[in-house]
Design a protein around this ligand. Sequence first.
Ligand code: ADP
Length: 899
Amino acid sequence: MNAPLSHPPKVDLTPDAGTTPVMAQFLTAKAGHPDSILFFRMGDFYELFFDDAVTAAAALGITLTKRGKHKGEDIPMAGVPVHAMDGYLARLIRQGFKVAVCEQLEDPSEAKKRGSKAVVHRDVVRVVTPGTLTEDSLLDARGANRLAAVAIRKGRAAVAVVELSAGAVDSVACDIADLGSVLAAFRPSEVLVPDRLFSDSDLKAALDGSGGVVQAIPQALGEPAGARDRVQRLYGVSALDGFGAFEEAEVSALGLIAAYLETTQAGKIPALAPPRRSGDVGHLAIDPSTRLSLEIDRNQRGERDGSLLHAIDRTVTSGGARSLAERVARPLCDPAAINQGLDAVEWLLEQRPLRRDLRDALRSSADVARATSRLALGRGGPRDLSAIRSGLLTAELLSGMFAAAVADPIAAPPARIMAALASLALDAELSQLLGDLRDGLVDEPSHLARDGGYVNPGHRPELDAARALRDDSRRVIADLEARAVAESGVAFKVRHNAVLGYFLEASAKAAEPLMRAGPDSPFIHRQTLANQVRFTTVELSELDAKISQAGHRALAIETETFENWRREVARLAPKLQAVAEAIAELDAHAGLAEWAEEVGAVRPVVDDSLCFFVEGGRHPVVEAAVKAQGNPYTPNDCCLSGDGQGGSRLSIVTGPNMAGKSTFLRQNALLVILAQAGAFVPARTMRLGVVDRLFSRVGAGDDLARGRSTFMMEMVETAAILTQATPRSFVVLDEIGRGTATYDGLAIAWATAEALHETNRSRTLFATHYHELARLEERLDFVSNLSMAAKEWNGDLVFLHEAVKGAADRSYGVQVARLAGVPAKVVSRAKSVLDKLEKEKTSGSSLEELPLFAAAAPDPEPVGPSPVDAALDEINPDDLSPREALEALYRLKGLSKKP
Ligand code: ADP
């Protein structure tokens, strides 16, 4: 989605002699933010003027009015009440707008002191954009909200990503072709692109596939020298070297982020962790169309329901949910790192009572990451402090809970859990902060600091004194009412409002005698309303002043206390974020253990072989759906081996529609994701040699919005697979070549299967309706046939959902049509046409005679090194024993014989 770009003002927005001071202030603010909608604070409203008012009135359905004139024209105006701002903001942001918030920076009474005409000081305090939100009310608690930036320099690409609401930063350098996969893995809500690349057609698919709003940003902001300076400023360091050796494109992308944060946060520096760097080898590459087809974290309609993530998520904190989502979106490639995660899940799976206590404790913890970020940005309130207190208390609780396990020499926790526990051990500074908040902050503090009432009595003596004075005076006022009634004989009531402060009120009739009283009456008239009259006395006004002074003083002390805590939180932000991350990590692992126990998932063996071996595998999402309907799920085996040792590397999967082909294909791809995400897998056993790239092409719909037919889409995706898949990749292809004429389609499917086997040599599952492809098994060394079993029973078709060796004998299309309710007449006609066609096929032109099959030997136009070359490359003669050398020679001879 591209942003509705700036709506360039149609009106000339320069002030002139007729411009009022407030309007001049508006115009200055607006000039600084021409591409944002400006919310201009005026008392209890944010007002919008000119085109902003027109745009927002249409986008929000609010009333468009006018106020004053500018250069002879009416000024359009619209407004939203301050207390309802979040809802309106959310709607504008969702529609792709940016909103600049211009606040009153002083109390109107302060301005008045400068003269009756003085204008309240105002300035833009922040620009709200999709990628920079921090408010809980605008964020999805269980999903990360990220801002990404893309840069390309010297033929290399980089993506920088910041999650402002948790202070996390990532930097990934990659090949330009991989930009789409990298961006999609982060699912950013907003993507910054240098304006020069904004309309680059090669990048369009990658940018669109990210799912975020794309914003163009001046190319100059990504120039390396300036970018480096800006990033250093953001982190308050004098060199970036301490964070790692960044490629130029990475510095440029990070620089774009830094520049954008400078403007949108109006100079406030967020608390950010150093950039985590991950090269392109560190994570399983999954391109956007594969993500979509496998429904990894969203279903095809973009909802969470029905996705892999939704099916396995048993986390109990929002931080844990985000941590799990990240694992599943970006599975790892390093067997050692993956196994560390698996160790943690396995340990927690075994420690049942501890896991239960852990999850119970986590349930009451709060979102420390987001609270810390808000406070560091000067945007948080007392409630965020209480979130931090509860997070620190949880940390203490968990440390205690694990103490016995840590001390146990036999069942001690594995490395990942030990690392999390280390972050949970509060140091002196964090303990001090916790102590302070525990003493000083009330149990359920207000949302806003200016509401007061959140500092505990006894925490600051001067606050207690101010409060006592205020409360005592209130008591004296209550006495005063009784005395006034006794003295005057009028039924007075003491009341209070913002304008008059405290006053005595009586009905007009009762007050009549006092209205006639002379100047020395103690009751001084203040106001006459329709039925009431209001008075004050000298004593009452003195008390009123005292109360309001004491109230102000109390509030000032409270806000100062808040500010001290806030500053302390900002200073300790990195440590607090580490605590938050450790809590999230424990929750994510415990959640995976919980799910594994629930569904009977097992630990996969993950190594750097080229093996893919699954016994009794199940599709985590389809299984749950099938079982919910009271049906059993049929587990299936799948055995592929990338090096051709011990089996085939490509399986042709045939079977009728509805037999379970797509489910089988996706199931195996999802098992790869789960295993590399460090999760257990729903299978009896699984061994996986880590996969570098995962591809899934499963029946895409037309993408007519982008002007591509199904067939075109299919070919674009097939091309991407054939050019990018490696022997370490895992490919599932469903129904290649269906959107065109039969022979065309068959030819493409055939050639694709051959290339995947011979050139890419990836582990591949290839589902097809072209039963002719089953012949590949005889022609190529490492191809096997699988079919999804079905049988006819009493004239009905029964699907067994079982993957069995060998090709399907027929496709049962006509039977499926009958099952689907196609009228009997049409079904029987189809049957007789089919009989006829099949007779012709056996008697007449056999497929065997087609040039396609005659020339089935792969065209000698190698796309990469030949199998022999590749095998030779892998041999180091100095490392071989005589016997191994002889074996290698036989292997090479075998390879060179292949068609
Ligand atoms: P195909 O791709 O062959 O047309 P699908 O994979 O779409 O078939 O499967 C059709 C339906 O069959 C699924 O929606 C699911 O309900 C059911 N199904 C698939 N595989 C299994 C299985 N292994 N066990 C039980 N039911 C299954």
